[in-house]
Design a binder for this molecule. Structure first.
Ligand code: PEP
Ligand code: MG
Length: 875
């Protein structure tokens, strides 16, 4: 029979898919003898069963829960619902992958009108007992029965005002009792029922509520953003309560074993005296730095430091811990691998290798390739930042630089993103409802909350710049103003924030590109020594090429020549070429373009040195280059001597119903071989020139796009080879070059053995290959894909992560067929998937020799290529 409930002494850290991360780690801490309040975990399987059975807890599971409650009573010596010595528990969610703040928690469960008396007597603290009860009604009402929090808050504030209490702690037991009566009325008004007095009913209702919270909107969004499968389900942890709010010898805190911001090896955390855990995490009260605990609770502090070290050595990873001190005694409530910024991840990984805690492979696996992106993002220009005077300084909660117009609501941040505007989301504090707005914003500024507040934790996870707890900032979310000293800023005003030092500036500060150095360079060098695939870049200009080389690119996998034609001085010549009615006229227009193209290629060859460079012949449909405005039409008419009407007729001729399936790629070169001739000439002449000038051995790779049959490549290759030979003869050069093709039409993959007779290399153009395999238009499918993702028809956006079952099958087939004909054929990928870690692993397994991606993704690809090797060795 399946077991659905495990006591903390029955599990271990290796059972996280069943017990959830929190449950597995509570079990592990129990196993290694750390002080953990006893409890049990209802498994993720029980959650899935709950959904399978139409949102009902199976009776057999209820029996198991009851048995575990009896065990808990025996271990604690307390009884659930007993007036003399009541057992109180917390009920918390805990999925296999941590989803901070996304699901629900209920504390103080077991309190009712009678047990509250018992707690009051036992603690000798009536105020504490009633405060706990009112918190419980509020949490239970809100989480389990969806009573609006605002209704409770209103009642609370009313009593506070009437009694003249300044702070919550000023409320007396009598005030709290009054609040409780009001809360009960609110509960009844909203649910039609009395507040449940029966602890067992409270418990079962709470467990169900946690199961339900797995599918609340913010949890679903979080899973989508973080690619966590919806079928995992959450576990529920039921744990005996310990109280951090029992007076001045109690407290609660959170801490990391090393800094999650920059990785420094030093305990990093915060605590609050006389408070419950939720007060810290919710950012309601600003906590004190953990160091201050040393004076306040010296023994507990010593104990905590020792436990932190035990945990880090045990898990061999930086830990994020929650603890509570109840009347001078320390209890551990949670530990998990801490979320960290990319800078912190890199430093911790390198330091732990040096400390002998982990090996290099583990260090490489510890870094999320996507996270590296953070290290490649701009910083403020040093000089400009020095010259600017900060308006205010908050906590440096998540590093990076951001500038933008301020908005005060998450929905406004989303709207701005859709319009392509960069914004800074300014809030008093953030809550999980703000998640979508935080994703949309360039940066986040909050007035309240500490380094572990929601804003700080979530921003660090996303790699988003965040300044939190900026106490000089007065945020009025209703009036939409941000006041700092004398300065009053309104929605739409520009500010700049630096999440690495906490500074807030007025206006927009200029930014600069970062460099790869220090620990980052170390990790990258380890990755390079392990990976087997090369990493190239997609670059169209010498600047992009140079940036990519800086990031470690080992060649260019795709140089799209069409982008070069859009520059102002060239576009007239290309338009003239398109409008030409005879070959002669076309050749004349093309000859104007030749020197530009040759210069472009010279620049690129120089930037790349002897690294391989693949240049693709013209690909897009010609109408893309046509003038769009009346003014441009008039200019073109003057240049070509054609009337506006003639121009319009030619434009109509070029119009296609499905241009992406139209006259583009090699089809252009079949109709107008002179275009391929000009481009080949530019490539070969540039290579000869750079070879002569520098002595570098340049071997250009000429790539023919959109080939679907052998005849096409054979026709265009013939043009290329003849032209190249002519150029070489003219210059008396022995330059070597190779000719290959993109595999981006399904038919090319299916007949790759035939195509390989002509092609010396294949580069998989998985953008078009995905488009044509699915029949999804690259330009319009966004809406459809979003819908498919939401409805679970697709797991990933297939234009981002390769569809291994379909498109991948074509790639695999083309690799095999290509090798049959030409065993040493060079194989690479240049579609967007070349920069996606999961697709990179697929490329590795399929036997590609290189991946090619945009310059800023090169380091990500280098790391992902190393991880692919490690992961497949481990299997
Ligand atoms: C592709 O189709 O994958 C490709 C790289 O070419 P483009 O995106 O230019 O069509
Ligand atoms: Mg393409």
């Amino acid at each position: 029979m399946t077991k659905y409930v495990y006591s903390f002494n029955e599990g271990s850290k290796d059972m996280r898919s069943l017990l959830g991360g929190k449950g597995a780690n509570l079990a592990e801490m129990t196993k290694i003898g750390l002080p953990v309040p006893f409890g049990f975990t209802v498994t993720t399987q029980a959650c899935n069963k709950y959904y399978e059975e139409g949102k009902k807890i199976d009776p057999a599971i209820i029996v198991e829960i009851r048995e575990k409650m009896v065990e808990l009573e025996n271990v604690t010596g307390k009884q659930f619902g007993n007036v003399e010595n009541p057992l109180l528990v917390s009920v918390r969610s805990g999925a296999a992958v941590s989803m901070p703040g996304m699901m629900d928690t209920i504390l103080n469960l077991g309190l009712n009108d009678t047990t509250v008396e018992g707690i009051s007597r036992l603690t000798g603290n009536e105020r504490f007992a009633y405060d706990s009860y009112r918190r419980f009604i509020q949490m239970f009402g809100n989480v389990v029965c969806e009573v609006p929090m605002a209704a409770f808050d209103k009642a609370f504030e009313a009593v506070k005002e009437k009694s003249g209490a300044k702070y919550d702690v000023d409320l007396t037991s009598e005030n709290l009792k009054e609040i409780i009566s009001l809360y009960k009325v609110i509960f009844k008004e909203n649910t039609g029922q009395e507040f449940p007095q029966e602890p067992e009913q409270q418990l079962m209702d709470a467990i169900q509520a946690v199961f339900r919270s797995w599918n609340n909107e913010r949890a679903i969004l979080y899973r989508q953003l973080n690619k966590i499968p919806h079928e995992f389900g959450t576990a529920v942890n039921v744990q005996s309560m310990v109280f951090g709010n029992m007076g001045d010898t109690s407290g609660t805190g959170v801490a990391f074993t090393r800094s999650p911001v920059d990785g420094e090896k030093k305990i990093f955390g915060e605590f609050l005296v006389n408070a419950q855990g939720e007060d810290v995490v919710a950012g309601i009260r600003t906590p004190q730095p953990i160091d201050e605990m040393k004076d306040r609770f010296p023994d507990v502090y010593k104990d905590f430091m020792r436990i932190a070290e035990v945990l880090e050595n045990h898990y061999k990873n930086m830990q994020d811990m929650e603890f509570t001190v109840e009347r001078g005694k320390l209890f551990m409530l949670q530990t998990r691998d801490g979320k960290r910024t990319a800078a912190s991840a890199v430093k911790i990984a390198v330091d732990m290798v040096e400390e002998g805690l982990i090996d290099k492979e583990t260090a490489i696996m510890r870094i999320e390739p996507e996270q590296i992106d953070q290290l490649l993002h701009p910083k403020f220009e040093d000089e400009a930042e020095k010259a600017a005077k900060p308006l205010a300084t908050g906590l440096a909660a998540s590093p990076g630089a951001a500038t933008g117009q301020i908005v005060f609501e998450a929905s406004d941040a989303q709207a701005a993103m859709e319009k392509g505007h960069g914004v800074i989301l300014v809030r008093k504090e953030t809550s999980p409802e703000d998640l979508a707005g935080m994703v949309a914003a360039q940066g986040i500024l909050t007035a309240r909350g500490g380094m572990t507040s929601h804003a700080a934790v979530v921003a660090r996870g996303m790699g988003k710049c965040c300044v939190a707890g900026c106490s000089q900032a007065v945020v009025d979310e209703d009036a939409k103003t941000l006041t700092i000293g004398q300065v009053v800023l309104k929605e739409g005003d520009f500010i700049s924030i630096n999440g690495s030092n906490g500074n807030v500036y007025l206006g927009e500060l200029p930014t600069v590109a970062p460099s790869l150095s220090g620990d980052f360079a170390t990790i990258m060098s380890w990755a390079d020594s392990l990976r087997t695939m090369k990493v190239r870049t997609n670059a169209d200009t010498p600047q992009e090429a140079a940036q990519a080389v800086e990031f470690g690119a080992e060649g260019i996998g795709l140089c799209r020549t069409e982008h070069m034609f859009f520059e102002e001085e060239r576009i007239p010549a290309i338009r003239q070429m398109i409008m030409a009615e005879t070959t002669e006229e076309r050749v004349k227009a093309l000859s104007k373009l030749l020197p530009y193209q040759r210069d472009d290629f010279e620049g690129i060859f120089k930037a790349m040195g002897e690294r391989p460079v693949t240049i693709r012949l013209l690909d897009p449909p010609l109408h893309e280059f046509l003038p769009k405005t009346e003014e441009d039409m008039v200019k073109l008419s003057k240049l070509t001597g054609l009337t506006l009407e003639q121009l319009q007729n030619r434009a109509d001729e070029l119009h296609e119903m499905n241009p992406m399936l139209g006259h583009r790629g090699c089809r252009l070169a079949v109709t107008y071989p002179e275009i391929a001739q000009m481009q080949t000439r530019a490539i070969i002449e540039a290579a000869i020139k750079v070879k002569e000038d520098t002595g570098l051995e340049i071997v250009p790779e000429i790539m023919i796009p959109l080939v679907g049959m052998e005849g096409e490549i054979s026709f265009v290759k013939d043009v290329v080879v003849k032209t190249a030979q002519q150029c070489k003869d003219e210059k008396n050069s022995d330059l070597q070059y190779i000719v290959g093709t993109m595999i981006e039409i399904p038919r090319a993959a299916l007949t790759a053995d035939e195509i390989a007779k002509e092609a010396e290399f294949f580069s998989f153009g998985t953008n078009d290959l995905t488009q044509m395999t699915y029949g999804f238009s690259r330009d319009d499918a966004g809406k459809i894909i979003k819908d498919y993702l939401e409805k679970g028809l697709l797991k990933d956006d297939v234009f981002q992560t390769i569809d291994q079952n379909g498109v991948g099958k074509l790639v695999d087939m083309a690799v095999k067929l290509g090798k049959q004909t030409r065993p040493n054929i060079k194989l690479g990928i240049c579609g967007e998937h070349g920069g996606d870690p999961r697709s990179i692993e697929f490329c590795y397994k399929t036997g590609l020799h290189y991946v090619s991606c945009s310059p800023y993704r090169v380091p990500i690809a280098r790391l992902a290529a190393a991880q692919a090797v490690i992961r497949n060795q481990q299997k």
